[in-house]
Design a protein around this ligand. Sequence first.
Ligand code: HEC
Ligand code: HEC
Length: 295
Amino acid sequence: MSKPMSKKKRRKSAAASLSAHLMPVARMILIAIVIAAPVLAFAQNPLANDPKAAKAGEYEFRINCALCHGLGARGGGRGPDLTRPVKKHTHSDSDMFQVISNGISGTAMPANGTNGQGVGMTDKEIWQIISYIRSQEAKAPAQALGNAKHGKDLFYGDANCSLCHMVEGKGGRLGPDLTSVGGSRTRAAIIDSVRDPSRRLAWGLTEATKEFPQEYESVTAATPDGKEIKGVTLNEDSFTVQVIDANEQIHLLEKDKLLSFQKSRQSAMPKYGIDILSDKDLEDIVAYLVSVGAK
Ligand code: HEC
Ligand code: HEC
């Protein structure tokens, strides 16, 4: 014999059925929290106190990162020095985790698991790499920086860099915009680009559809109407090439219509020997570019 439900009991079961309705939503939220947990749960490296983590991270770093960031994380031709105390994108360990996982879009910094990194690293391996970077940071010598203000004067004045390069919207267009170069490449790599421009040509456009980024190769072309065009490639595919000349005129050329077309890996940038630009002045220019690039 069941008794009629008391008022209290009835209220309780209404609540139960409401919570049953909410279940899928609650479950979704819970799943979302669980998925986000590895990133949200640690503002700090969970392996920070594990002495073996940095050693394991060094191994991972060599395989996945040293190509661009150099051995010892002190920077290479393509990526910045990660031992700098002040970095551009990353302050906390969790920023670093985020950048290593997702890459930095619009730059050469790849997301985990892309760019030949196979299936990618596990969360634990990423934290190990962060341990390694922090350990290298601790060992890095404090760097004496040049005089950025004097460097800026040279850049826009005597050294003529601004004839071809823009920084923060001011300057020429024949060469790449240098606003972020101080944050994305090392001091040594920038110095090398100035002393010996042809050794490694700057990367231009990076596009998902391109296997390799466009390089600033030099071009000489003769058009059917008898003009000679000399400049630097901005973009190129199988049929066309886009060239900017010394007057900052942009030409879109159809390759099969050209009378001649030559590309060269001789940089359009003059070589700045020590006789033209002293080491000290170049340090100052680099200090200027680093001060802008770190913003
Ligand atoms: C193909 C080249 C390339 C590879 C491989 C690469 N990086 Fe980078 N990385 C870059 C570049 C370029 C930047 C700078 C992006 C910018 O600001 O223009 C960068 C930026 C970073 C930053 C941010 C630095 C800052 O100043 O805040 C971190 C951290 C970093 N990389 C870590 C790694 C780690 C760890 C690996 C290996 C798992 C790796 N990178 C692999 C090219 C690369
Ligand atoms: C006549 C034009 C011209 C002048 C003057 C010039 N550059 Fe360049 N620069 C270029 C071109 C074109 C490139 C791309 C090809 C290359 O990498 O050499 C370039 C590349 C660079 C790069 C490499 C950028 C990258 O993203 O890798 C740096 C750094 C640079 N220049 C700095 C300077 C500085 C500093 C000065 C002044 C001391 C200067 N340039 C003067 C034309 C010029």
